[in-house]
Design a binder for this molecule. Structure first.
Ligand code: SF4
Length: 387
């Protein structure tokens, strides 16, 4: 297994697009009149609105977005790359983020006050980000304090978390990480303290600690916010090196060891390439592990005729297969595995958002309050300063 270097929800998820709760990443109703998906002029309307806005708008497209949306992106990338791209466009009045809520928050934090970040559908949240809510995390921290270990614990949060959680981490001398730099972030953290509190993705935390840092699985404990005391004894917390938050990605968490064994039996010589948000046994059984950008690069550079089973979001795997007809690229799972919240951004929502901007209205603006943004930025800047 090669892992490349870079370059239980707090509350039940609302039915997507139903009900309102703008303080979380849960589904909320779209406030506008969306064009019908069957409208044959949608592509032309999107083109016309984008042309009318010109340089005033910059459209970011995450790799997991639908084809119908990604065609209008000025730049595509993973969450970290897109946040940096947003920050690098200070002249764009509007950043239209075709991705999910936490990404748009990061873009708002990293862009100027004059710029407005728009998420075409507010129901495009992230189930993983929803699994860590600030009040729960603060409760865990209070427990660490009562045990006298808080001063030696460094909080680390994955980019895929709400601005609230990034702000908590910034306030408590911690750092943000991505799937590309998680090892560097953990090494930095262990220079600052003796334990790491890793939020919200248990799998990225465990995979990094064990496969990159050399910890034993027994050095990691799982803090479950839905159980009293996180479901951990005082001794377990005192003895742990890595305290993992019980969160996971509902897409990458579905890939199974069975699927790896199955594809190896079906496709002789297949290379299994997965994202580190996958479960530990899947990552351990894979041949290559890395971030979304890494997965794209590996496939781009793979020799013609090679066979690949890829464990990441299906929109991206489909596009990779179409772009590389000389390679045999299959989806690792047999079942469909789209990210349902990413897929909330469709062409009708994009057209609506762009046409609203043309009409002088700013729809679905994502804003992070000044205090949260300040501390989240502290944690993000610490990450950017990592070697
Ligand atoms: S793929 Fe996973 S981590 Fe990414 S937005 Fe979807 S649920 Fe969240």
């Amino acid at each position: 297994m090669t892992w490349a270097e870079p370059s239980s929800t707090a509350t039940a998820l609302l039915l997507l697009g139903r009900g309102t709760d703008p303080d979380t990443e849960k589904g909320v109703e779209c406030p506008g009149d969306l064009p019908a998906p069957s409208d044959p002029d949608l592509v032309e309307r999107a083109r016309a609105a984008k042309a009318a806005l010109g340089d005033r708008v910059f459209v970011l497209g995450h790799h997991y977005q639908r084809d119908e949306v990604i065609q209008f992106a000025d730049v595509t990338g993973d969450s970290f790359k897109l946040a940096r791209e947003a920050a690098a466009r200070p002249d764009a009045e509007f950043i239209v983020f075709c991705g999910v809520h936490f990404m748009a928050e990061s873009a708002d934090i990293l862009t100027t006050d004059a710029q407005r970040v728009v998420l075409p559908d507010l129901a495009a949240g992230c189930s993983m980000a929803d699994m860590a809510v600030l009040a729960q995390v603060e409760k865990a921290w209070e427990r660490f304090a009562s045990l006298g270990i808080a001063s030696e614990v460094v909080p680390v949060t994955y980019m895929n978390s709400s601005a609230d959680i990034k702000g908590f981490v910034g306030r408590n001398d911690g750092v943000v990480c991505t799937s590309s730099n998680a090892e560097t972030a953990l090494r930095w953290s262990f220079e600052q303290g003796t334990k790491v509190f890793f939020l919200p993705d248990q799998h990225l935390g465990r995979n990094t600690a064990v496969l990159k840092m050399g910890f034993e699985l027994a050095d990691c404990v799982l803090y479950d916010p839905h159980r009293p005391g996180g479901g951990l004894t005082d001794e377990q917390l005192r003895g742990a090196k890595v305290i993992l938050w019980k969160g996971h990605c509902s897409v990458h968490g579905r890939f199974s060891l069975d699927a790896v064994e199955d594809v190896r039996a079906r496709v002789p010589g297949v290379n299994v390439l997965v994202h580190p948000e996958c479960r530990h046994e899947v990552v351990t059984a894979a041949d290559f592990v890395g971030s979304t950008e890494y997965i794209i690069r590996v496939i781009d550079e793979a020799p013609a005729g090679s066979a690949w089973a890829v464990g990441t979001e299906l929109n991206l795997v489909r596009r990779l297969a179409l772009a590389h007809p000389d390679k045999q690229i299959t989806f690792l799972e047999r079942n469909v595995c789209y990210c349902s919240t990413m897929n909330r951004i469709d062409l009708p929502h994009l057209v609506w958002a762009l046409e609203e901007l043309v009409a002088g209205r700013v729809p679905n603006q994502i804003t992070v309050d000044a205090s949260t943004a300040h501390y989240a930025r502290v944690a993000l800047d610490r990450m950017l300063a990592l070697p």
